[in-house]
Ligand binder design. Structure first.
Ligand SMILES: C[S@@+](CC[C@H](N)C(=O)[O-])C[C@H]1O[C@@H](n2cnc3c(N)ncnc32)[C@H](O)[C@@H]1O
Ligand code: SF4
Length: 395
């Protein structure tokens, strides 16, 4: 970013996130902003989204992402209309990545062809597992055979950039079953794989089942072995591990998600969508009815709006950047915050490097491979170091 007198000139491009909060049923582990009712209001919802797009700052976009919820519930003509509004309002970069999250449930070749014609060039499919009893426990609507059929349909429709979501650390998921899921995913030759460790918010049904002893989660060592297996297997098959939970064939890393991890600007539209724009962060109300009412009246209700303090921005920058295998560039940190990374982190940086969890690689700071699974613990220590150091530094 270059400051020019009182105007701020943006030299970087931005990402646009569009939230579609509808799902046919709710999965047992899911805490996202989504609902399984009110489908008759989808056309009104899209009107609100289109109106909100028209109010966004005019930026050049390097990516558009339909996330959910279940964006594949939309008809291709609805996606096409939203993308027309996007194209009229924003400048789209030549190679802009346009992703749509899809559930395998009812996905057909025709539908994917329609999404492609609408402008979608990347599909992210929520497969989760290739073990049918596990899929039932997750309350997914699809079977493993259906997931395979959905991938084949997407490929037959010419979707050149395909990503699959898988989950590990699931109840009853031993190493052999996890290997089976990874192998079956690899046979389908995706371009990108996300492997997410199950996290349970207390409000979701599966958290209650664990509490009641109806299901049990794998132990930490078993989870570590599952993660290790994913890393080994995917590396052997030519995938680059570019983020804690994400692997891509060369050149296929998610440009959209890199925007978040690199703390670049993004705009979000729809219920619950977050934006980070010119140092401000804000989030639309996740409540769909409130969103509809306020957005259609001219301005969606926003639940968080902050001029984020420098200390929080530094903490977030590290928390996001250290998820990436490329790590954090100290020169970029200094350009952004006017402080040296080593000065902000103080002695803690030396301790974590000497002890092994952090390392310098190609001039950037990153989590050492052997410590990836304890990234959250490392981040907590760095957050504390910033909190201790920042007031002194910023005084
Ligand atoms: C935004 S969700 C929605 C995608 C789509 N609706 C679906 O479920 O197929 C994207 C991914 O997040 C992951 N996910 C959702 N809830 C999770 C949880 N509690 N723990 C770990 N991963 C989760 C799943 O892999 C899911 O595919
Ligand atoms: S995991 Fe996906 S399909 Fe399931 S409830 Fe959440 S958003 Fe909907």
């Amino acid at each position: 970013m270059v400051r020019c007198s009182r105007r701020i000139l943006l030299t970087s491009t931005a990402a646009l996130y569009i939230h579609i909060p509808y799902c046919v049923t709710i999965c047992s582990y899911c805490d996202f902003d989504r609902q399984a009712h009110g489908f008759e209001l989808i056309p009104r919802y899209l009107e609100a989204v289109e109106q909100e797009i028209g109010q966004q700052p005019r930026a050049e976009l390097h990516s558009v992402f339909f996330g959910g919820g279940t964006p594949s519930l939309l008809e291709p003509r609805q996606v096409a209309r939203v993308l027309e509004v996007v194209a009229r309002h924003f400048a789209l970069a030549a190679e802009a990545e346009t992703t749509l999250e899809a559930n395998p449930d009812d996905l057909t070749e025709d539908q994917v062809r329609g999404f492609r014609t609408a402008g979608v060039n990347r599909l992210s499919l929520g497969v989760q597992s290739f073990h049918d009893p596990t899929l039932r426990l997750l309350r997914r609507r699809h079977s493993s055979a259906r997931a395979e059929a959905a991938v084949r349909a997407a490929q037959a429709a010419g979707m050149a950039n395909l990503s699959l979501d898988l989950m590990y650390g699931l109840p009853g998921l031993g190493l052999a079953r996890w290997r089976h899921t990874l192998e079956r995913a690899l046979v389908l030759e995706p371009d990108h794989l996300s492997c997410y460790l199950l996290t349970l918010e207390p409000s979701v049904p599966m958290a209650r089942w664990v509490e009641q002893g109806r299901v049990s989660l794998p132990r930490d060592e078993a989870i570590a072995r599952q993660y290790e297996l994913a890393r080994t297997l995917l590396a052997e098959r030519g995938f680059e591990h570019y983020e804690l939970s994400n692997w891509a064939r060369p050149g296929r890393a998610s440009r959209h998600n890199l925007t978040y991890w690199r703390d670049e600007p993004y705009l979000g539209v729809g219920a619950g969508a977050a934006s980070s724009w010119q140092g401000q962060r804000y989030k639309n109300t996740p409540h769909v009815q409130t969103y509809l009412r306020t957005a259609l009246a001219g301005q969606p209700e926003r639940v968080e709006w902050e001029q984020t303090p420098a200390q929080t921005r530094m903490q977030d920058y590290l928390a996001l950047g250290l998820r990436l295998r490329e790590g954090v560039d100290p020169a970029r940190f200094e350009a952004r915050f006017g402080r040296q990374l080593s000065e902000v982190l103080g002695a803690e940086l030396e301790v974590l490097i000497a002890g092994g969890p952090l390392e310098w690689h190609a001039g950037r700071l990153r989590v050492a491979e052997a410590s990836l699974l304890v990234t959250n613990e490392i981040l907590a220590r760095l957050q504390a170091a910033v909190a201790n150091g920042a007031p002194r530094l910023l005084a």
